[in-house]
Design a protein around this ligand. Structure first.
Ligand code: 13P
Length: 210
């Protein structure tokens, strides 16, 4: 897919996520790796009203070279791209249920959501840790995110929200959507004893679907 088509797709996904309440106001940011750099949503932009022609363009060193000023979360996105060769896109949302889990101190901080459904495992993977709280835009978050992203396609930033990577923009958006559904199920089933997928079933999913 060329850059022009990627700009349109990113804006369409932003509008879709916004329309369905995955982000509100100017919350959230999305980036995509290109052969010569990155596209990123501008800071303070609403995902619901992105202009493909005004998306921020960064070079391979994450320097701003075109479009509007990029998200203040460049460090968060850079941490994922530098930790994961397989990351072709990164989606950060404040989606409600995943963010709710990021606020819970009594869940397993190394992997709060158990394997409840196949699609969560297939899209998000085996583990998704909670990374300690940092002020939005704080460059100090980068080492912590980098370390967590080496072993996980997605993380929850404590008291803030999910950050999800994928091989493609479509993969990253689908994973962010599955994560929010899994978070909803987890919260619905809290205090109950749901049947979980077994380790063998998780292995089978990851072997079959990658
Ligand atoms: P930006 O508007 O700078 O992308 O920040 C939004 C956000 O979600 C901060 O975490």
């Amino acid at each position: 897919m060329d850059e022009a088509a990627t700009r349109v797709l990113l804006s369409e996904f932003g509008a879709s996520l916004f329309a369905r309440g995955f982000s509100v106001g100017s919350a959230g940011n999305i980036s995509v790796r290109l052969p010569d750099g990155y596209l990123m949503t501008p800071t303070n932009s609403s995902l619901g009203r992105l202009d493909p022609d005004r998306l921020s363009k960064l070079d391979r060193n994450f320097q701003h070279i075109g479009g509007d000023k990029p998200s203040k979360e460049v460090f968060m996105h850079r941490a994922f791209y530098q930790a994961r060769d397989d990351a072709g896109a990164v989606v950060h949302l404040h989606s409600t249920q995943a963010t709710a889990i990021s606020c819970l101190p009594d869940v397993d901080q190394s992997n709060p959501i158990p394997p409840l459904t196949p699609y969560f495992v297939m899209r998000v993977g085996r583990t998704m840790p909670i990374v300690p709280y940092y002020r939005p835009g704080d460059a100090a978050m980068e080492p912590a995110i980098h370390a967590a992203a080496r072993d996980a396609r997605a993380i929850l930033l404590a008291n803030h929200g999910p950050v999800v990577s994928g091989k493609t923009l479509t993969d990253a958006v689908y994973a962010a959507e599955e994560l929010e559904e899994a978070a909803k199920l987890f919260l619905m089933l809290r205090g109950q004893s749901p049947r979980l997928l077994t380790a063998a079933q998780v292995d089978d999913l990851l072997t079959t679907f990658g």
